[in-house]
Design a protein around this ligand. Structure first.
Ligand code: SME
Length: 157
């Protein structure tokens, strides 16, 4: 049975730096993609208390809801649509400080105010995106992008 997550205090960088080795240890040696995405979602939600944390998995020309923590969410997102679909199509991390100012944002919840989406690459292609939502404006910056990309780099599936 997995040990409890060691919840860290401190500024954002300190929290990520403490959390990342724990996530690496959690997913090292486990090859099941869904299990690893589920634990990453849980660890980020527990540590930071984000409003919603989860993955959408690439299936053909759509993203389909995968492991997540938070309120129920939209099930399918077409390529290029919303923040998730745009990050997938552009193959790059998107930071949205105010979701209402993002053209085409998909509001799974009206409580979500800002968002970051990071594509997950494996074997040279995008297989999923990590979506993190906050109920406050301006919650994410380049620092989150760097650390969240580092977390996704542990996934090898
Ligand atoms: N807001 C996202 C949709 C996913 S939910 O926020 C969980 C988007 O615009 O792609």
């Amino acid at each position: 049975m997995a040990e409890d997550l060691n919840i860290l205090t401190g500024n954002k960088a300190e929290q990520y730096k403490g959390l990342i080795p724990q996530i690496e240890a959690l997913i090292r040696g486990e090859s099941n993609l869904i299990a690893n995405l589920a634990n990453i979602s849980a660890a980020l939600k527990e540590q930071f208390g984000f409003f919603w944390v989860g993955f959408y998995l690439v299936e053909g020309e759509e993203l389909v809801l995968g492991p997540f923590q938070g309120p129920v969410a939209c099930t399918r997102i077409k390529k290029g649509k919303g923040v998730c679909g745009a990050a997938w199509a552009d193959e790059q991390t998107l930071i949205v400080p105010d979701v209402d100012a993002f053209p085409g944002h998909i509001a799974c919840s009206s409580l979500s105010k800002s968002e970051i989406v990071i594509p997950l690459r494996a074997d040279g292609r995008i297989i999923a995106v990590l979506d993190v939502d906050s109920d406050s404006l301006n919650s994410f910056d380049q620092e989150d992008a760097v650390y969240l990309e580092q977390i996704l780099s542990f996934i090898t599936a």
